[in-house]
Write a new protein. Sequence first.
Length: 261
Amino acid sequence: MPKAARYDDVAGFYAAGWSDDVDDPASVRLLDLLGPLARRRVLDLACGHGRISRALARRGAAVVGVDLSSALIEKARAAERETPLGIRYVHADATDPGPLDATECGGVSDGASSGVDGIAGAADPGGVGLFDAVVCAFGLSDIDDLEGAVATVARTLRPGGVFACSILHPCFPGGQGVSGSWPGDARYHAEGWWRADGDRSTLRRQVGANHRTLATYVNTLRRHGLWLDAMDEPKPAQEWAATRPDAARFPVFLVMRCVLR
């Protein structure tokens, strides 16, 4: 069974703060990098309460969302029951290397099913990944085992499939009241999990995050056959930047697209 998730205790706060209005610059760019989604099978890794999953489905994708937090998955399933989009939500550890029956994860459902507890082995009987694309929106830094998560992406993608992700920029140093990507008393090269202390970093004060260098992300992707195809550093929203001018001087977000070779 999936291990306990840090987001279980903040599920209500998180779902209330990140609505289905997917208009923030990083998410807009993430979806743009995926291109046309009609009739494509997409895995939303670390899907949370399903915000990006629903955006994908509304663009015509057949979506499976997976998350470690049972509380967030229940919120995602409740939204699916209220407004069905054909999304299957799976409560699972995205880094678990255990096998997964393709027929259970491959199809879409009404969101109420909970019979699948693994995701990392998602492949058809011939060993080819199920999905045309995998998406991870601001989730990689929440996953302690980056190597395991990227291995899952590579196993679940079809050859030539696309992996698109967004993260807080690894080089973001922060600003007044806004924590950067690494602890203020540490160096950029000091990797590991930590809990933010900035007054305005409300989510990361509660759940923390893993800091990794940009090189660590790119090299981990490369080890698993995921070749960087596009990269963008979208500016934060004007209303965010207006109240955090010192922080907005630096790159805040990083969005990447990779292709499985």
